[in-house]
Design a binder for this molecule. Structure first.
Ligand code: NAD
Length: 485
């Protein structure tokens, strides 16, 4: 395909971004791998300059409870649509496919009556949405949160379509949720809620149609209850109906660490492209939960220096490097990093602004805002959390030429190993941990190099490039399938 001359950079929000991966890459990054570049020829070159104003990228999993946050959650679907519309213009998407992708394939709203411990019955609202199944059965988490809404679930289902397509795993996108604060329910109430919710959405889930997984407020135990309810009602075991379940009932080795491990692979890949030495790479991690702790450990193993890490109670800073293995081995489930590391104490806000090479937000959504974006000193932000950067901050960081690796790539290690878990379950043949990690590395590296190459070729941000690849892949599937009848 003949190359056009370089154009003004384009971005899905309609403005011309400054921090794009340019033909002359930032910080002396190297040429993209030839193979990845060649494969990208299938993606049409940017067709038109998007009109303005366009919508900001959606906030994927904000965990706060303020009024503003609630309003944002209700805006999520509109934002997701605007984001799709903008990318559709960029890749010259077939208008018929575009209009089909603007609608979820099916939405299900259910009432979930649960007998509470004191004997009364409480009715909870639940949702399951299938956004698109052109590329395969649908996949997505189940969220228990008191701010879950149909709009939010629809937006998150659409994002799962893009995430699975970006990783090139054969799933469409789904999401589900129940409007409940799980911290307020007893273990017994949670189990009854999960089992009744599973029976209510049973008409649309199944190992070859829709495979739920844990999300905010749910965990391995929730998946075990879902699987057991499904199997009990059918009368036989069906371990492939959910992923993220315990290893003792068919879960995959490496699933718990997968998201953090994937973050480390992506950090290593972007460091390589930017000619940053991984040995001694200065990394700050916000969040010391599943994703943050495992990302810190994996990066430490690769030779990076974790100079700051935090949890909800605050963080520690130590220029000489924090050993995350020692730190987490010493910590109980309710302990804080500040109580276990002698380094300088810093707040979560200060952590975002420390002088470092890579900043990894791995806790909440919406933490990098227009207020702190001007003071961030990292060269790269790897979005381990869902939606850590607000659309306003995104713009500022782009202008400041700080590279942002978007969440749909950076934290996709979780859904990728969920896919491996499903494949292992279907075969009743389980892989060794090193095989799982090798395959995860391969999938993530390939996705990264394709994304990097496209961003350079089209002079767009990594976020925009990610959506261009995803939407194009889904559109190709739509073209092959045609339209029934
Ligand atoms: P987690 O509950 O295990 O850990 C969250 C961490 O954030 C904890 O260390 C907690 O102390 C900290 N935290 C809470 N409130 C904070 C605050 N106000 N400021 C700073 N830190 C705070 O959660 P997780 O599974 O590690 O998920 C973290 C993020 O990654 C979320 O955005 C989640 O949606 C996203 N994510 C997780 C996975 C996964 O597989 N677990 C996959 C994709 C995306």
């Amino acid at each position: 395909m003949a190359r056009k001359p370089a154009k003004t950079p384009k971005h899905t929000n309609g403005s011309a971004p400054a921090a794009v991966i340019e033909d002359r890459p930032i910080s002396g990054s190297k040429e993209p791998p030839k193979q990845a570049s060649a494969k990208l020829e299938a993606i049409p070159r940017v067709a038109t300059v998007p009109p303005e104003p366009a919508g900001p990228p959606p906030q994927m999993e904000p965990m706060r409870t303020s009024k503003t946050e609630v309003i944002k959650r209700h805006d999520m679907w509109d934002q997701s649509l605007r984001q799709l519309d903008d990318v559709a213009r960029l890749i010259n998407l077939d208008p018929n496919v575009h209009s089909m992708l603007r609608h979820p394939k099916r939405t299900l709203e259910v009432s979930v009556p649960v007998r509470m411990d004191d004997g009364h019955v409480e009715v909870f609202q639940g949702y399951r949405v299938h956004h698109n199944q052109y590329r395969g059965p649908v996949k997505g988490g189940i969220r228990y949160h008191h701010e879950v809404s149909m709009e939010e679930v629809k937006a998150l289902a659409m994002l799962m379509t893009w995430k699975c397509a970006l990783m090139n795993i054969p799933y469409g996108g789904a999401k589900g949720g129940v409007v409940v604060d799980p911290r307020k329910l007893s273990e017994g109430e949670l189990e009854r809620l999960t089992r009744r919710f599973t029976s209510e959405i049973m008409i649309i889930i199944g190992p070859d149609k829709d495979i739920p997984a844990p999300d905010m407020g749910t965990n391995q135990q929730t998946m075990a209850w879902m699987m057991d309810t499904y199997a009990t009602l059918l009368g036989h075991a069906v371990p492939q109906v959910v992923t993220g379940k315990p290893v003792s009932v068919g879960g995959s080795l490496g699933r718990i660490e997968a998201t953090g491990r994937g973050v480390s692979y992506i950090t290593a890949a972007v460091a390589k492209e930017m000619n940053l030495n991984l040995k001694g790479l200065r990394v700050a991690v916000q969040g010391a939960g599943n994703v943050g702790s495992n990302a810190a450990k994996a990066l430490h193993e690769l030779g990076a220096r974790i100079i700051a890490i935090s949890d909800v109670a605050g963080g520690v800073y130590d220029e000489s490097g924090i050993d995350p293995f020692k730190l987490f081995a010493a910590m109980g489930p309710k302990d804080t990093v500040q109580a276990h590391h002698p380094g300088k104490k810093i707040s979560n806000e200060e952590l975002l602004k420390v002088e470092c090479d890579v900043l990894i937000p791995a806790a909440l959504g919406g933490v990098i805002t227009e207020r702190n974006a001007p003071e961030i000193k990292a060269k790269v932000i790897v979005e381990a959390a869902n939606g850590p950067t607000t659309p306003e901050a995104d713009k500022i960081l782009e202008e400041r030429r700080i590279i942002i690796v978007p969440d749909i790539l950076a934290n996709a290690g979780g859904v990728t190993v969920s896919y491996f878990e499903w494949v292992q379950g279907l075969q009743y043949y389980f892989w060794e941990l090193d095989e799982i990690n090798t395959r995860l590395h391969k999938v993530m590296s390939k996705a990264f190099s394709q994304l990097w190459a496209l961003a350079r070729r089209e002079r767009v941000s990594l976020r925009t490039a990610a959506l261009m690849i995803s939407v194009n892949r889904v559109a190709e599937a739509a073209k092959s399938l045609g339209l029934f009848p």
